[in-house]
Design a protein around this ligand. Structure first.
Ligand code: F6P
Length: 339
């Protein structure tokens, strides 16, 4: 069968921040390769492992039982050496010396930029979008987002119970150094009072303090503020709220808990499907592709095109959140007209 495919030996790696579903994507890729009788090599520690030849042989047995496991069995890393011209060349040379004629890279934007550099050395690469931030422009969904949202929602729900009992304000910092998609999802799902994201500029007095005061006047006695880490330090937000309102305010950072845990159904399904699609593309002789989702369909697009796109923040959803929270009829009517 292998002589019917454009590749006979492929490598699989995970790079950047881990996300729930990475293992399922590895399994999808490895099992598809096994099915097509394509030899498969697991590259450990991301691009650093590609430079150093940190390889393990993978077959269908090596990915048994990993679909439901968090983290990545191949380990992950951010490699400063790979980001140099010499490092990238070394990685490409390893591929050539090892007879690796196709590479599946699983990760976020940074991982794809690395893949593009390798593509310039004539290595066939296919990327699978996997990050809890859901901030990759070419795809409507990235593996790990749903599980991370659920993990954070579960924590905020628990915090809300105790905040309600003590009539406190809870400031919860969620991940998202450059993007607020996770914060928006978590804030919407938990009925937060305020959501702070890097994409929206704030006048702290007007947009946070006055709103909390208004909510208090309207009868609320506990409050939740979801802050994406890229918007402002959550601990500073908590201090300022406590000082300005006198409300007993507590700060919680959910941190790396959001990246761990067993992937939820959506992440297992998308990851398995994308793993399959990535290897199918390599087998068909496609080069420099990114697997993506449009609606519920799986597509692929050129890596250069994929990286030239910018992900839009869902301002409409954000505006409706504010309108519903603060019963802002004008904003809501305006979004009906815009729709
Ligand atoms: O995976 C992306 C991300 O979750 C960002 O939102 C966050 O800023 C970053 O990872 C932190 O990663 P690390 O602590 O591993 O550097």
């Amino acid at each position: 069968m292998s002589n019917e495919t454009a590749v006979s030996r492929i490598g699989v790696l995970t790079s950047g921040g881990d996300a729930p579903g990475m293992n399922a994507a590895i399994r999808g890729a490895v099992r598809t390769a096994a099915c097509l009788e394509i030899e498969c090599i697991g590259i450990r520690h991301g691009y650093a492992g590609l430079i150093n030849g940190d390889f393990i042989k993978m077959d269908q047995a090596s990915v048994k039982g990993i679909t439901g496991r968090g983290g990545t069995m191949l380990y992950t890393a951010r490699s400063p050496e790979f980001n140099t011209k010499e490092g990238c060349k070394k990685a490409a040379d390893t591929c050539n010396n090892m007879g690796i004629d196709g590479l599946v890279v699983i990760g976020g934007d940074g991982t794809f930029r690395g893949a593009m550099d390798l593509a310039h050395h004539d290595i066939s690469v296919v990327g699978i979008p996997c990050t809890i931030d859901n901030d990759i422009a070419c795809t409507s969904y990235t593996i790990g987002f749903d599980t991370a949202c659920n993990t954070a929602v579960d924590a905020v729900d628990k915090l809300n119970d105790t905040m309600q009992s003590h009539e406190r304000c809870s400031v919860v910092e969620v991940m998202g150094r450059r993007a607020g998609h996770l914060a928006l999802g978590v804030g919407l799902a938990t009925g937060a009072t305020i959501i702070m994201v890097p994409e929206v500029k704030y006048d702290f007095e007007v947009d946070v303090i006055e709103r909390i005061r208004a909510a208090r006047l309207a009868g609320r006695s506990n409050f939740t503020v979801i802050v994406a880490e890229g918007a402002e330090r959550g601990s500073d937000v908590a201090d300022k709220i406590a000082k300005a309102t006198g409300i007993d305010t507590r700060f919680t950072s959910l941190g790396h808990i959001q990246r761990g845990g067993s992937p939820h159904v959506r992440d297992r399904v998308v990851a398995t499907s994308m793993g399959f699609k990535a290897v199918s593309l390599l087998a068909a002789g496609r080069k420099s592709r990114i697997v993506a989702m449009r609606g519920d369909k799986y597509i692929d697009l050129d890596i250069h095109e994929a990286l030239s796109l910018t992900k839009e923040f869902d301002y409409e959803l954000y505006k409706s959140f504010s309108a519903l929270t603060f019963l802002d009829k004008n904003t809501l009517m305006q979004s009906f007209k815009d729709a």
